[in-house]
Ligand binder design. Structure first.
Ligand SMILES: Cc1cc2nc3c(=O)[nH]c(=O)nc-3n(C[C@H](O)[C@H](O)[C@H](O)COP(=O)(O)OP(=O)(O)OC[C@H]3O[C@@H](n4cnc5c(N)ncnc54)[C@H](O)[C@@H]3O)c2cc1C
Length: 455
């Protein structure tokens, strides 16, 4: 079956990147349709329900880093977008250490012997973190060996499922601020006030959960432009242009200009005819990290005041716990709370395939071991898979992704935008900014459709 009357712009996927593309396309006067495999929009930035509780698909916050995008999101959500102050902490040997690391806090909480080693490191580290070859080197250069080994490297290896010496320095994103000697001394001896600069605890968050951003964007662009339950199963091309997409293996649609937000490795597999073997091999050699979430409703008003708790220990399978209520009180009843534990996995890991009961058991055991709950306070449980959570930025993987990107950019009517589409460790505000820029260019091009090579 073939569907006619295709709008000039077809967007594959309705996660944040696809929705933002649709939203700004409409604002720029471009006819657009979105095709989304799931029954709901929002991709990996959704809010889900468990009885009276609501939780996001992983600990999300809206970063106020692009004024124009923040203004657009504020306009979409109005008073429902609130500024939240909730610091995060690291669970370390039974203590809670502020994250990002702050010298004054370390001074109060770490044993003297460790402090002596950390201080010695601060005097001797080279501070050339911009040219490190891999994450281990970058962490040692930025924080010194002791801090890096205790708090960063084990966590990073658990999160990405790879040795820190195999990971690109860019896995840190923009979240890790090194501690130079001056900062360390000033903050260590300057008291609590000076540490505020390091606390990443202030951010925007919507009243009804992070997914409210996606939902409001979908409303604004028009729900009638979005088709859910529409999985792209094939993308036909003639070598220079995409011609048709097949939906759910049976319906074909002609396309003019396409913005794909699907993982770039998936696009390679969907192309018909298939790409050259060399490109397919590149695709097979880059990886994504997936997450499982264990969600527990708890019969007490609050477990911690933190936005997130991090678990660097290699003996704990989970990397992070977050308590949605600390971002918005609307996400749980007044006398109860809900927590979400993130478990990073490769698809062939036992953890990815373990039963819901085993996941619940492991999550419950961790909460008891961390003295967060006693006995049986768990009143509800759910679990959720977050596929393609992170592109694994192994050393060399970005070059491979660039080569794949160059091949895909050879299709003159295909544009890529998204965390997995670009294979970059990017965030929602960046995706909105890029969608805005792309659709402006599309609207300004003489034909209405500049080639991907021009964008
Ligand atoms: C645990 C976690 C925490 C995060 N925290 C933050 C944060 O605090 N702040 C922040 O800004 N960002 C955060 N992010 C990042 C943010 O969630 C992602 O950047 C964002 O979801 C990427 O959007 P996207 O549209 O590129 O991809 P996705 O969200 O993955 O959306 C892709 C969409 O494509 C659809 N799709 C896939 N295959 C097909 C197909 N064959 N046919 C049709 N549709 C298909 C999917 O169903 C999905 O809806 C976090 C991510 C994770 C995993």
């Amino acid at each position: 079956m073939s569907t006619d009357a295709s709008p000039s712009l077809t967007v594959l996927g309705a996660g944040p990147a696809g929705l933002a593309t649709g939203f700004y396309a409409r604002r720029n006067g471009l006819p657009v349709r979105l095709l989304e495999a799931n029954d709901s929009v929002g991709g990996n930035a959704r809010t889900l329900r468990l009885g009276p509780f609501r939780y996001d698909t992983g600990a999300h916050r809206f970063h106020d880093k692009n004024d124009a995008v923040t203004a657009d999101v504020k306009a979409l959500l109005g008073d429902d977008l609130r500024r939240i102050d909730a610091p995060s902490q690291i669970c370390w040997r039974g203590r809670r250490i502020d994250f990002p690391l702050a010298p004054y806090d370390l001074l109060r909480k770490l044993p003297l012997s460790l402090l002596a080693r950390i201080s010695w490191d601060q005097l001797s580290i080279p501070r050339v973190s911009n040219d490190a070859d891999h994450f281990r080197e970058m962490a040692h250069q930025s924080y010194g060996e002791t801090l890096a080994e205790q708090f960063l490297l084990n966590y990073t290896e658990k999160l990405w499922g790879a040795d820190a010496a195999q990971l690109s320095p860019r896995v840190a994103g923009d979240r890790l601020e090194g501690l130079d000697l001056k900062t360390f001394v000033l903050e260590a001896f300057g008291g609590a006030k000076t540490k505020a600069r390091h606390l990443d605890g202030s951010f925007y968050y919507p009243k009804h959960g992070y997914g409210q951003i996606a939902e409001a964007t979908a409303d604004a662009l028009g729900r009638d432009r979005i088709r859910t339950g529409a999985r792209i199963t094939s993308i036909a091309h003639d070598g220079s242009r995409l011609q048709r997409v097949t939906v759910n293996e049976r319906e074909t649609m002609d396309v003019e200009t396409v913005v794909s937000t699907l993982p770039l490795t998936l696009v390679l597999r969907l192309l018909d005819p298939a790409p050259p073997a060399s490109i397919q091999n590149l695709g097979a050699s880059i990886r994504f990290r997936h997450l499982r979430l264990a969600v527990l409703g708890i019969d007490r008003p609050q477990l911690t005041p933190n936005a997130s708790l991090y678990f660097p220990s290699e003996h704990i399978p989970f990397t992070r716990l977050y308590e949605p209520k600390n971002r918005s009180p609307n996400l749980a009843p007044a006398d109860q709370t809900v927590v979400v534990l993130e478990l990073p996995c490769h698809r062939d890991d036992d953890a990815w395939n373990q039963s819901a009961d085993a996941l619940r058991e492991a999550a419950h055991a961790l909460l008891v071991a961390q003295n967060l709950i006693e006995g049986d306070e768990v009143v509800a449980f759910d679990h959720h898979a977050v596929p393609f959570a992170y592109p694994i930025l192994e050393v060399g993987a970005e070059d491979k992704a660039e080569q794949i990107g160059a091949y895909l950019d050879g299709f003159e009517n295909l544009h890529r935008l998204g965390r997995s589409a670009d294979f970059t460790y990017t965030h929602v505000h960046n995706l909105y900014a890029r969608a805005k820029a792309l659709t402006t260019r599309l609207a300004e091009a003489p034909s209405g459709v500049p080639s991907a090579r021009q964008t």
